[in-house]
Design a protein around this ligand. Sequence first.
Ligand code: FAD
Length: 530
Amino acid sequence: MWNISWRDHLWQNLKQPWDVIVVGGGITGAGVLRLAVACGLKTLLLEAGDFSFGTSSRSSKLVHGGFRYLFNRQFDVTQESVRERQWMLKAAPHLVNPLAFMLPNFACYSIPTHMLGIGLVIYDLMGHTLKNHRLSPQRMRWEYPALNREGVLAGFRYYDASVDDSRLVLRILREAVAAGGTALSYARVERVLRNAAGAVCGVAVQDTSEPGNRSAEVQAKVIVNAAGPWSDDLRQQVGGKKRLRKLRGSHLVFPQAKFPLQEALTLFHPRDRRAMFMIPWEGVTIVGTTDTDHEPALERDSAEPFVSREEVEYLMEAVSFLLPGLRLQHTDVISSFAGLRPVIAGGAENPSKESRAHCLWQESGLITITGGKLTTFRVMAHQTVEAILTAVGGGKPPSKRSAVFDRLPPLPQSPLEHATLNYLRGRYGSETQALLDAAQPGELERIDCLPNLWAELRWAARAEGVQHLDDLLLRRVRLGVLLPEGARARLARIRAIVQSELGWSDERWQQEEHRYHEKWNKAYSPQPLT
Ligand code: FAD
């Protein structure tokens, strides 16, 4: 799947009649593709950049109910998300992993400790568990010697889950394609096509890969707009009014050697009491997020959102408040990343008070599904496929039990530890054995102190539709975020593994390195540009 000739083959066969075209290859589009294929619909997904290029590779990596939404009285969103978290833990083991959270309560929060306790009991009960427990201030100080000692009232340990967001999208997409779906990256939908009655009946698509001079008009019975924060662009072509508020959320990444964490920490920022997290993830610690309106001018200047100087200060302030004993400085940060939330504008003055619920709109036959969260993608996909089936005039709707993830294969025969094999099975599902078989000597070793193996790079280059070095290093195997300076020190070995798999000349490699460094400096470096 997705080898070197994959794109040419697909472009040659694009102009056939489709039942459904899905615009957007983030988690929402991937989920819709998966369920539409399960319903027997001939479905094509088109993504303007790399798969998961948008928000779905820039989240906080949590599969969670969103405890903080309870404080905003968004009970239905929390309940739905908790239910989906429980489902994902079962349906996608080793990709979605349980994660413990510690929430210390400080006097300066002015939140009665018993209220936090009651909130967490409600949160637990929504998932039919009762696992959270309270820790005394003494216990908190013992477990966290670097913790702020002023006014600690108590701590609560509760449970959510984490994921590699980009790998989640890839796994769903690849299993959908294996089941008969079609997905094409670097294929931007420029406009929707309409029939004589004004109803949407197809799309004009442009190849955005390089040299990328192909374009086509493709017809389908139904067009689904799953373009995340950019969904308004297509809606406006059919007369829809702007409904989305793009809210930027930024993160800083620290090496675990400097910022070691066994479990995630939840805090309320000392400046504005916004809920934030510090999350151990894939060998690093992520601190985030912010929540701020993304100015249109910024989008004109840079294709990718990036952390601002103010956001860096805000995030560093949170770290110094919670864990002053670690004495962390901005110079300890190894990378950053920022994403845009597709939030339905509700007019709230404070961005964090806007609801995270999703919406489905139908305008001149264009079905738009947006808002929501990574965690709730299945609910969004179900609702969309029901709307598709109504539009095409029937078909069996997907049941709640319809497979979204294929079953994991048994543990492969391999000298690797079970933990490593499970890590691979979670990410690569039934392709795990093929990945192991492709590995050359030395490639089953881990990359530095990360959970990743060198073999993952070869596999991604060979079979996962990589078009650019940034696809490989920022979304398939995320060394650009996990290692200092975007993994600059490892590029020679990476090149030795992947260049021939990608079929790139030396000149192309140089161009790709240049492009990658430029992108990294702009949107992933610890140094903000503003
Ligand atoms: P996207 O992932 O943005 O996908 C849309 C895709 O459409 C993009 O890849 C884009 O390139 C493509 N596209 C746009 N226009 C076109 C076009 N014309 N033609 C073709 N393709 C097009 N949720 C959680 O559950 N847990 C979290 O921890 C979490 N943390 C978050 C932290 C931050 C900072 C942010 C911003 C969001 C977070 N979320 C989280 C929310 C979650 O990440 C998003 O709701 C989700 O990723 C949105 O997915 P999507 O597929 O709708 O949009």
